[in-house]
Design a binder for this molecule. Structure first.
Ligand SMILES: *Cc1c(COP(=O)(O)O)cnc(C)c1O
Length: 306
């Protein structure tokens, strides 16, 4: 669909990792594409193929006001000449977020629904309401967090193998739906551990199954069990989109030293979690860790960062 250059796998010099005797590499998928960066291109490309195979020209999906997923979908829709509909959780605000302003500018039609309707978005009755209002469309689940989205993420494993001869012992991603973790874990070779860092409190999305169970179910559906995987739930820093001062300070220090920008919702929580684990001896000396930069930098604007 797109010809993209392979983003670099960047070694990172950060004292905690050096002290623990481990090497940290950041897979710069934030540089994958100018508007659809990080894991979203991986998660969406199979949905786009399916929509195309079904002859669908309109895509509908769900997200919050700062959703990287809706942002990416709007960008891809515009590029591919497909119409897009974003169903957003909550009332339409007087001033749209920068995320939704971009999405609208790229032609996405926005529909706002109450939080209670949002929780009911899986029901048949709600599906019928959507059809009545919007007509025919191909439905992409929230965050492309299903098996189709997860399958698209399997390609991340091959990209790492190609870039890091000898491979890594640990590969890490932040987790919202867990589909990225599931895709990766199902495709990494045996002997590698896939780590997911949950960004929601407790790990679970409202009205959704337990994250651990969803990841296990997705991996089972993908048919892969090669790599071990672990979910870390203690690094959400207070919950989804919570960005307390100590996390802000960590992010600023990391960015100043490495020159790699992080996003406040996902990637900073993974890196901070990794540093915490490394500091406490969770990794063996000599091991190599790849942390996937899943992008999301557009979301910085919601936190007064540019
Ligand atoms: C969407 C997103 C994630 C979460 O991916 P899941 O597959 O839903 O777990 C992680 N990082 C960033 C930057 C994201 O935008």
């Amino acid at each position: 669909m797109f010809k993209v250059d392979t983003p670099p796998l960047q070694p990172v010099d950060w004292p905690v990792f050096a002290a623990a005797g481990v090497e940290l590499y950041i897979k710069r998928d934030d540089l994958l594409d100018s508007v659809c960066s990080g894991n979203k291109l991986y998660k969406l490309h199979r949905h786009l193929q399916l929509a195309n195979a079904q002859g669908a020209t309109r895509l509908l999906s769900f997200g919050g006001a700062y959703s990287n997923h809706l942002h990416a979908l709007a960008a891809l829709g515009r590029r591919l000449g497909l119409s897009t509909i974003g169903i957003v959780r909550g009332e339409r605000p007087a001033q749209l977020s920068p995320t939704l302003l971009d999405a609208e500018r790229w032609g996405m039609q926005l529909g706002f629904i109450s939080r209670s309707d949002y929780r009911r978005k899986h029901t048949r009755a709600f599906g019928e309401r959507l059809r009545a209002q919007w007509g025919e469309f191909y439905r992409v689940p929230e965050g492309a967090g299903d098996v189709i989205g997860a399958r698209g993420c399997r390609a991340m494993a091959g990209a790492i193998a190609a870039q890091l001869p000898g491979g890594a012992e640990h590969v890490c991603v932040p987790c919202g739906t867990g589909a990225t973790l599931a895709g990766l874990a199902s495709a990494l070779p045996a002997g590698v551990t896939a780590h997911g860092f949950a960004v929601l409190k407790g790990g679970n999305r409202e009205g959704e199954a337990d994250l651990q169970d969803s990841v296990a179910a997705l991996i089972a559906q993908l048919g892969g069990t090669a790599a071990q995987w672990r979910l870390h739930r203690g690094f959400h820093a207070g919950g989804y989109a919570r960005f307390p001062d100590r996390l802000r300070a960590f992010m600023a220090a990391f960015e100043a030293r490495t020159g790699i920008l992080l996003d406040p919702v996902y990637t900073v929580k993974m890196i901070r979690g990794l540093a915490w684990l490394a500091e406490r001896g969770a990794f063996n000396r000599g091991e190599r860790i790849v942390a996937i930069h899943t992008g999301g930098l557009q979301g910085r604007r919601g936190f007064g960062l540019d």
